[in-house]
Design a protein around this ligand. Sequence first.
Ligand code: HEM
Length: 203
Amino acid sequence: MFFSGTATTTSQLEWTMTELMRHPECMKKLQDEINSVSTHNSNVTEKEVEKMDYLHCVIKEGLRLHPSGPLLTRLSTEDVQLKGYDIAAGTQVIINACALQRNPSIWGHDAEEYRPERHFGLNLDFNGTDSKFVPFGARRRLCPGIGFSLVLSKLTLANLVKRFTWRLKVGPEGDDKPDLVEASGIDVCRKFPLIVFPSLVHA
Ligand code: HEM
C-alpha cells in the first residue's frame, strides 16, 4: 500500500517534468492554460485543476510513455489459446503495458514521441476498460488509487508550473535536455535524478 501509493506518483511526476523540460513548447502551453484558469496570486485549487484539459493530457501522455508499473501479472485460470500459443491453466502471464502504450499500430507512427495533444478527442482512457492503455492496470485488479493519484499529481504539477519557471542549469539557459535513462526494477523510475532549478514567477 505504501509503495503503490508513493513511489508511483513521485516517479510519474519526475517523468512528466522530464518530458516538459525536453519540450519547452508543451511547458509553455501548460503554463498558459494554468495562468488563464488560475488568475489569482495564490495556489492552484482542486476546482481549478478540473478545468485544465491540457494538464490532463500532459499527465496522460506521461503515463503512456512512462508507466511506473510497466509489467502487469496475471494467473491464467483455465487452458486458453492465444494467437496460436497454448497457455495452460495456472500459468503466470506477464503483460507488457509499456510495449502496448508505445505500439505504433495503436498510437500511430509517432508513438515514441511525447505529444500530449494526441489525447484531445481520443477515445482511449486509463480507467481499466481499455486494454490498449493500462498505466493503472485493468479490470478487477485495477489500481484503486487512480482518483487519489490524479488529484495529487495534477495539483502538484500545476502549482510547480504556476509558481516557478524551471531551468536545467544555473545561469544562462543551455539547449541541453534531460536524459531518459531508466533504472531497472519492478517500478521504472529515472536512473539519475532530474535536477532542475526554479525561479519564482511572482517574485
Ligand atoms: C501514478 C500513480 C499510480 C500508478 C501508475 C499505479 C499503477 C498501478 C498498477 C499498474 C497496479 C497493478 C494493477 C493491475 O495489475 O491490473 C496498481 C495496483 C495497486 N495500486 Fe496503484 N498506481 C498509482 C498510484 C496509487 C496510489 C496513489 C495508491 C494508493 C493510495 C495505489 C494503490 C494501489 C494498490 C493497493 C494496488 C494493488 C491492487 C490489487 O492488488 O488488487 N496506487 N497500481
